[in-house]
Design a protein around this ligand. Structure first.
Ligand code: GAL
Length: 359
């Protein structure tokens, strides 16, 4: 019995001691927790290195590949300036959404701090959004704009691109200027601009919006338009050459204007005209969009009447700054985000006299 009592007494003392230890332990754990809570945050603000994952819909797309080149160049500059090592993993989705989804999965398991996605199919971002949200890793979509409802699905989703409608308006303005100032542009002298369109991908927001706005701008400026034909050439020079050759076969010299949704397709039209042996004085007016290196060269030598600058430098820099701040837990307030999610860079018109400013 007494033994029991001693035991009980001892165990009472022990319980008190244990309680004291527990309390001390808890304090330690709490402090440790607080410290631990602080230290990663401090570390996050000044990480020694960050990892950015990038996946592009097609690495052979001229504009996208030039944009990524700039992105890498800005990352090197940022690395030198910030002393934070910036590791970039880049993948080519080669036009497959399934491939792109698994690339994102790999990037997440590799521990990327942020992922930049140039969607293959802009209507299919769900798998990527779900995976990223589960891992708590922000996503910057770029160049191929998804619908607003998808971007609203999580507060760590962003979009970097350009104001597509602006490029259509500017392309239309270039065409109108040429028509009004060069009587020979109206080859048959009927006062109507007979045109064809070389379109990017079906369903791509830039393709849809550019075509719509370029044509409506010409009409609003008081020039009557007649659409002879259009063809989808997927932003691609070789495909555009084939499509333009077919349209030339059908309409020949009736075509007075080629509105191409991008420079590569405008150059495909040039290739077709050259291949058909048509003298440059007989060519229709051709206008592109992008201001890629080859596009600028073609404006300079007069093959294109003009192009519209798609600001790859601005977009690459905006994307890099956003990716960097998201990775280091920095502030986004200076980045010019619209609605906390969008960065859209403006376009600019380029005629022969402006090319030098962009080279
Ligand atoms: C557009 C660009 C095209 C093509 C496309 C790909 O903004 O003008 O040349 O790169 O994006 O999504």
């Amino acid at each position: 019995m007494s033994g029991d009592g001693v035991e009980r007494k001892e165990s009472g003392v022990m319980r008190m001691r244990r309680r004291k230890w527990l309390t001390a332990g808890l304090v330690l754990i709490l402090c440790g927790g607080l410290l631990a809570g602080c230290s990663p945050a401090v570390r996050e603000e000044h990480p020694a290195n960050i990892r950015i994952g990038v996946t592009v819909y097609d690495q052979y797309d001229t504009f996208v590949s030039q944009l990524i080149e700039k992105f890498n160049a800005y990352a090197s500059e940022k690395e030198a300036e910030s002393k934070v090592a910036i590791n970039i993993e880049t993948y080519n989705a080669a036009d497959s959404q399934t491939t792109q989804n698994s690339q994102v999965e790999t990037m997440l398991s590799d521990g990327c701090n942020v992922i930049c996605v140039n969607l293959v199919d802009r209507t299919e971002p769900s798998v990527i959004i779900d995976m990223a949200e589960q891992s708590g890793v922000p996503v910057i979509f770029f160049n191929r704009e998804l619908v607003e409802e998808d971007l609203e699905r999580w507060d760590q989703l962003y979009y970097v691109g350009a104001k597509a409608f602006e490029s259509g308006i500017m392309q239309g303005e270039i065409a109108v200027d040429v028509f009004k100032n060069n009587p020979q542009a109206d080859k048959n002298g009927d006062g109507v601009f007979q045109y064809v369109v070389l379109e990017g991908e079906a369903g791509h927001q830039d393709a849809i919006v550019r075509t719509e706005y370029s044509v409506s701008t010409v009409i609003e400026e008081g020039v009557e338009m007649e659409k002879l034909s259009y063809a989808i050439a997927n932003w691609n020079r070789a495909q555009a050459q084939t499509k333009m050759a077919q349209m030339l076969g059908e309409y020949g010299g009736e075509i007075e204007l080629v509105l191409a949704n991008n420079d590569d397709m405008a150059l495909g039209a040039v290739d077709a005209l050259k291949a058909a042996g048509i003298a440059q004085e007989q060519w229709p007016v051709i206008v592109g969009i992008d201001g890629t290196d080859v596009g600028l060269a073609a404006v300079k030598n007069g093959e294109l009447a003009g192009t519209v600058y798609n600001d790859k430098e601005g977009q690459a820099l905006a994307m890099l700054n956003l990716a960097y701040e998201l990775s280091v837990g920095g502030s986004l307030s200076e980045l010019g985000l619209e609605d906390g999610k969008y960065i859209r860079l403006p376009y600019a018109k380029i005629g022969p006299e402006d090319v030098a400013d962009y080279e």
